[in-house]
Design a protein around this ligand. Sequence first.
Ligand SMILES: [Zn+2]
Length: 267
Amino acid sequence: MSSAPFLVDIGLNLAHDSFDHDRDAVIARAEQVGVKRMVITGSSLVSTEIAISFVRASPQRFRCTAGVHPHHATELTFDAASRLAALTTAPEVVAVGECGLDYFRDLSPRDAQRAAFERQLQLGADCGKPVFLHQRDAHEDFVAILRSWRPRLAGGVAHCFTGSLEEARAYLDLDLHIGITGWICDERRGLHLREVVKHIPAERLLIETDAPYLLPRNLQPRPASRRNEPMYLPHVLGAIAQSRGDSAEQLAAITTRNALELFRWPA
Ligand SMILES: [Zn+2]
């Protein structure tokens, strides 16, 4: 397997408890198919602290983000925000987030989501690291907030992008990167993405699994478990390359370079 291209999974929730019983095997399987570096998503203070501990144990393989998902926006009290501020400055942390707005599930009130989002954009501006962004069914509010902060931010990625071409263009106009997951493999919900990815400049593309979520629906044979793993990242890459008419090898090289540049992770 030494010829497998070197890939970076820029978003996986490795602190998730579904990995507790076999996390080392999950990582070994990913490495075998070329997924040699991974950015672990921090989506709460607790998961951020766990993610940092994973990076410390394996710094050649991991980096992480530090943030509070919009679902948990009400947890970002004044005290929690100052703890998060300290975490964002850790050397293991390469981005602030995931942060943003999720009006699809509305698990936190929308005003709390907007406040937590802006608080984290401020942290991104303060620490000078890019932001790792989550948005669902909230595009207009999200872009309006982001547009006002963008001049102070060191870049960012619209992670798990599932939107329309217009939404993609709005992010590209803000000079952001766009992260594509196995959503593109979904024959019910992801077909439009196969068109949208043709219009994203290669130097703005990033790839991610968002594991354990979003298992690609067209894996053959179908895995016994519905849990997604970073070893399926080459499958996501292949779907994007096929949609764009690119070679998977070239797209691997470009997306890996994009990830290492955005997150300032020396090759
Ligand atoms: Zn997300």
